[in-house]
Design a protein around this ligand. Structure first.
Ligand SMILES: [Mg+2]
Length: 649
C-alpha cells in the first residue's frame, strides 16, 4: 500500500516538474517576443521589487534586534527585581527563580531549582505554610503567606533567617511559549522582616502600657472574655485581683512624678518576680493593676483559697521598702478579688467592676488589705453612691439639725451637752450619724459638714447664754473627725466661729479620737496646742478602744476622757466579763484623776451601771438613763428644770 502511494507521488512530482518546465519555456519564449522598451519596463519592475524586499528584510532585522533587547531587559528585570521570583510547578517544586531570590536564600539559582519551596522555610513555620498553601494556590491573588525563611547554602552552611511574604498569581499557559508548560504558579517573595517588626511594635504599643511594658486595659478585656468562656465551658471558677497602691498620690505630690513613675516600674518588677508566668498582670492606669489568674477550679472555695494565697504572697513581696532616687518608700496595697462567673451572663466589665468594688471595700477597712466581692457589697456600694449624692444636696440645702445629749454629774445636774448631728432625709426621715458619717468620711464631705456643725453649735451656745440658760463655763462638746483636724485651716475655722457667735472658748469642748494622739502626727498636735492656748478643752472620745500611749496622753492638751460605752455596758451585771470591765473602768478613772482629767462615762443605761460609776467617783454620766439626744426645745425645758432625778425602783 505504502509502496503504491510512493509510486503515485513520484508520478505526480514528475508531472508537476514537466508542467513547470513548460511554463518556464513559455515565459522565455514570451521574453524573446518582447521588444526593447517592454524589456526595460520589466527590468525596472523587477528592480523595484528587489528594493522592496530589501526594505522588508531591514525591518525584520530591526524587529528582531528590538525583541532581543526587550528579552534581555526582561531577563535583567526578572533577575535583579527587588523581590524574589520563583515559578512553581503543580507539585510546588521550583522550576526557575531569579537571582534576587537566590541571594535572599543565600544560595544559587541552580541549587534552588527542582527543590520544593518549603525546603527553604524554617521548620517552625512548616505547619503554617502547608496549612495555608492549598487555599493560596486556589486563589493566590487574594492571599499571602508570611513565614520565616532560613537561608541554606551548602557552601556557607546554615545562615540567617528573614520573614518572607509570599504573594503570587497563576501562570497562563501559552502555546507560543512551550518552555513554560510546567510552570503553574509565579510567586514573589519579599523580605518583610522590618515591616513585621514595626507592625509588631505598633501592635505592642496599642496593647501595652508604655511605662511598665505590661499589657493594658484593651488587652485585658479579651483575656477576661476568654477566661469567662473557659470557666463556663468547663464549669469552673476563675479569679481576678484588682489592686492599687495606698496613698500613691502622696508619693507623686511630695516626691514628684518622676519618682512616682520609677516607683511604679520597680513595683511591677517586684510583683512580676513573685507571679507565675501564666498569670496576666495588667496596668489599668495610674497606680491601678489587675491580675487575672490562669488557674481555675471547679470548686469555688478552692479558687477563693488560691486567689487569697496569691494576694497574700503579693502583699508579702512588698514588705521591703523600695529605694527610689534616694528615698525609702514603703508601699502598701489594697486588693479586691472577684470570683467569676457569678452569673451566666457575666461580662468582662462586670468582673472588673466587682473586683474594683471589693478593692474599695478593702481600702475602707483598715483591718485588712484583701476583700472578696459579694453581692451585698455591690448593693452597699450602690446605696453608698446614692447616699453620697443625696448627702451633697443635704449639705447645700442645710438639711441638718443638731440634737444635744446632756451630761450630768453624780447629783443629776446637767453640767454639759454633746452636740450630735441629725439629717432630715426626704425619704428616710431623721437619720443618725452612724448611717451617713462613713460616707461623709470616705468622700471628704465630713469637712464641710463638720464646719456646719461648728457654726450651728456655736450659734446655739450664744443663744443659750443670751437666754441665761447656760453660764460661760457650761460646756457644749462638738465631735471633730480626724479628717477635719488634718485640714490646715481647722484652728482658724474654730476661732472664726467663736468670734462670729461671740462665744468664749471655755464654753466649747472638742471631742477627738484617740488615733489623733499618735506621736507622729505633728500637724494635729500643732493645731491642738494652738486652740488649747486659747482656752478650748479637748476630750478623748471612745477612750480605751484606740492605741493611746500614756506619754502622749500626758503631753497633749487633754482635759477629759470619755470611757467607751463597750466598757460601761458590762458594768454591774453578772454576764460578760464584768470583772475585767470593772477593772478597766476603775483603772481609767484613777489614771484620769492622776493626770488631772475629768472622766465621762458614755452609754449609761442602767441603775446598776450608775451605782458602780458612782462608787468609782466617775465625774460625769451620759446615756439613755438620763436622756437620749434631744432637740433644742427639749433641751431648753431640761435646762430650765432642776436636777434629773432617777427613779430608784
Ligand atoms: Mg462623741
Amino acid at each position: 500500500m505504502k509502496k503504491s502511494r510512493d509510486k503515485f507521488s513520484e508520478k505526480e512530482a514528475s508531472y508537476h516538474r514537466e508542467q513547470a518546465e513548460d511554463l518556464a519555456q513559455e515565459r522565455v519564449h514570451e521574453l524573446k517576443q518582447l521588444n526593447e522598451s517592454e524589456k526595460d519596463e520589466l527590468l525596472s519592475e523587477l528592480h523595484i521589487h528587489q528594493i522592496e524586499l530589501e526594505l522588508q528584510n531591514r525591518e525584520l532585522r530591526e524587529s528582531q534586534s528590538r525583541l532581543e533587547f526587550v528579552q534581555r531587559q526582561y531577563a535583567e528585570l526578572y533577575n535583579e527585581a527587588p523581590v524574589g521570583y520563583a515559578s512553581l510547578d503543580q507539585n510546588g517544586l521550583i522550576v526557575r527563580c531569579n537571582n534576587t531570590l537566590a541571594t535572599m536564600l543565600g544560595s544559587t539559582p541552580d541549587f534552588i531549582k527542582s527543590r520544593p519551596l518549603v525546603h527553604f522555610i524554617s521548620k517552625k513555620d512548616h505547619a503554617v505554610f502547608l496549612g495555608r498553601y492549598r487555599a493560596f494556590v486556589k486563589s493566590p491573588a487574594d492571599k499571602f503567606i508570611d513565614v520565616q525563611f532560613h537561608t541554606k547554602n551548602p557552601e556557607q552552611g546554615d545562615g540567617t533567617t528573614f520573614i518572607g511574604r509570599i504573594q503570587g498569581r497563576h501562570i497562563t499557559r501559552h502555546e507560543s511559549a512551550p518552555q513554560l508548560k510546567n510552570e503553574t504558579l509565579l510567586v514573589a517573595i519579599s523580605d518583610v522582616t522590618v515591616q513585621k517588626e514595626n507592625e509588631d511594635r505598633v501592635q505592642h504599643q496599642a496593647f501595652h502600657d508604655a511605662l511598665t511594658g505590661l499589657p493594658n486595659r484593651i488587652n485585658l478585656t479579651g483575656h477576661i472574655t476568654t477566661a469567662l468562656a473557659l470557666a463556663g465551658r468547663q464549669n469552673r471558677f476563675g479569679a481576678l485581683l484588682f489592686m492599687d497602691i495606698d496613698r500613691f498620690k502622696t508619693v507623686n505630690d511630695s516626691l514628684g512624678h518622676q519618682v512616682g513613675d520609677e516607683l511604679l516600674v520597680r513595683f511591677v518588677e517586684r510583683l512580676s518576680a513573685n507571679l507565675r508566668k501564666q498569670d496576666l498582670l495588667v496596668r489599668l492606669g495610674g497606680d491601678e493593676f489587675v491580675l487575672l489568674l490562669a488557674e481555675q477550679h471547679n470548686d469555688r472555695i478552692q479558687m477563693a483559697k488560691v486567689a487569697k494565697w496569691v494576694a497574700i504572697n503579693l502583699i508579702r513581696s512588698l514588705t521591703e521598702p523600695f529605694l527610689v532616687a534616694g528615698h525609702n518608700i514603703q508601699v502598701e496595697i489594697s486588693l479586691g478579688i472577684s470570683l467569676f462567673p457569678s452569673h451566666d451572663d457575666d461580662t468582662p466589665v462586670d468582673v472588673l467592676r466587682q473586683a474594683d468594688t471589693a478593692m474599695y471595700q478593702a481600702k475602707a477597712d483598715p483591718s485588712t488589705a484583701i476583700a472578696f466581692f459579694d453581692f451585698d457589697m455591690q448593693e452597699r456600694a450602690r446605696r453608698r453612691l446614692s447616699l453620697e449624692g443625696q448627702f451633697r444636696i443635704a449639705l447645700e440645702k442645710e438639711h441638718f439639725e443638731l440634737h444635744y445629749q446632756p451630761q450630768v454629774n453624780l447629783q443629776g445636774e446637767i453640767v454639759a451637752l454633746e452636740a450630735l448631728i441629725r439629717w432630715h432625709h426626704p425619704d428616710h426621715g431623721l437619720m443618725t450619724p452612724a448611717l451617713f458619717i462613713p460616707v461623709a468620711e470616705e468622700t471628704g464631705l465630713i469637712v464641710p459638714m463638720g464646719e456646719w456643725v461648728i457654726d450651728a453649735a456655736t450659734r446655739q451656745i450664744a443663744r443659750w447664754q443670751e437666754q441665761g440658760l447656760c453660764k460661760p463655763e457650761f460646756q457644749v462638746a462638738i465631735n471633730i473627725s480626724t479628717r477635719q483636724i488634718q485640714e490646715n485651716s481647722f484652728a482658724t475655722v474654730i476661732e472664726q466661729a467663736l468670734k462670729t457667735a461671740a462665744v468664749p472658748a471655755q464654753s466649747v469642748a472638742l471631742e477627738i479620737t484617740e488615733s489623733l494622739l499618735l506621736p507622729n502626727d505633728k500637724r494635729c498636735s500643732v493645731q491642738l496646742h494652738r486652740l488649747s492656748q486659747q482656752g478650748l478643752t479637748f476630750s478623748v472620745d471612745d477612750f480605751g478602744t484606740g492605741y493611746s500611749s500614756l506619754s502622749v496622753l500626758q503631753q497633749a492638751p487633754i482635759g477629759e476622757l470619755k470611757i467607751d460605752r463597750r466598757f460601761i455596758s458590762g458594768l454591774g451585771s453578772d454576764v460578760q466579763e464584768p470583772r475585767s470591765n470593772l477593772a478597766l473602768v476603775r483603772l481609767i478613772i484613777s489614771m484620769a484623776k492622776e493626770l488631772d482629767m475629768q472622766v465621762v462615762a458614755e452609754g449609761v443605761e442602767t441603775l446598776q451601771q450608775l451605782e458602780v460609776l458612782r462608787s468609782l467617783k466617775c465625774d460625769l454620766i451620759q446615756g439613755y438613763l438620763f436622756s437620749k439626744p434631744v432637740s433644742v426645745s427639749h433641751i431648753n425645758e431640761l435646762l430650765k428644770g432642776g436636777p434629773i432625778i432617777i427613779d430608784e425602783r
